[in-house]
Design a binder for this molecule. Structure first.
Ligand code: ZN
Length: 153
């Protein structure tokens, strides 16, 4: 065998080996895909993300559930924050605080648990056991703070 012939065969062999490796890697990359729902390996066409229709719908269901939970959580956190702030400024059971002071602390009057109307028909809004009512005093917006009492039922 001449050197040139050997060289040609050798190059062809290398080319085949390269093709084989490339095909092997590609095949295994495809087989490495896992279902977004159950994490099992996916068999089938390229671009497939789920085993079947069940896995697909379940994945979307779980995703939405997480979204709902984070919405619930953010409201829950704001309510607790409001309660903490109202408690902080109402240690005596009754107090009056300027609105801007509470807002600066992160108080958000849009989030509350319930309300109670006094004999004058004015509503105190509550975050759990701490209530507030917007009032005007000396041309300033303030909050009149109260604590929940048994007679407020
Ligand atoms: Zn699956």
């Amino acid at each position: 065998m001449s050197f040139y012939k050997f060289n040609r065969r050798f190059k062809r062999l290398i080319r085949r080996l390269n093709n084989f490796i490339r095909a092997f890697v590609a095949k295994n990359m495809i087989e490495d895909r896992t279902c977004l729902n159950c994490q099992k390996p996916i068999v089938g066409r390229v671009g497939k993300k789920y085993c079947d229709a069940y896995c697909k719908s379940n994945h979307f269901y779980e995703k939405n559930k997480t979204k709902d939970q984070s919405f619930f959580k953010s409201i829950d956190l704001q309510l607790k924050k409001n309660r903490r702030i109202l408690k902080e400024y109402n240690k005596a059971g009754k107090a009056t605080v300027r609105e801007e002071v509470l807002l600066a602390k992160g108080f958000n009057p849009k989030f509350f648990t319930h309300f109670w109307r006094n004999s004058e028909g004015k509503a105190y809004i509550f975050c759990y056991e701490y209530g507030f009512m917007k009032i005007m005093e000396n041309d300033k917006i303030k909050y009149s703070l109260v604590q929940w009492q048994n007679y407020m039922r």
